[in-house]
Ligand binder design. Sequence first.
Ligand SMILES: [Zn+2]
Length: 78
Amino acid sequence: MTCQQLTRLVGDYVEGRMSTLEQLRFQFHLGLCEPCRVYLRQLEQTRQSLGHLPEEQPPAQVRDELLHRFRAWKATPR
Ligand SMILES: [Zn+2]
């Protein structure tokens, strides 16, 4: 496995969407390659900090608010 392949597969690795064989090859490369270890660590830190944010923004609430304003605007006589 090359560094390029590793960076392409890193998302699958952190999300556990990888076969056992791929995981072994991935970890083998990590064991040999310092820059890729650093890369993975940074990626996991980023994921963890993002994990504190809500999964979804509240689009339904925003949409209701807009609809409400739109109806009020339409109801206003001109
Ligand atoms: Zn590497």
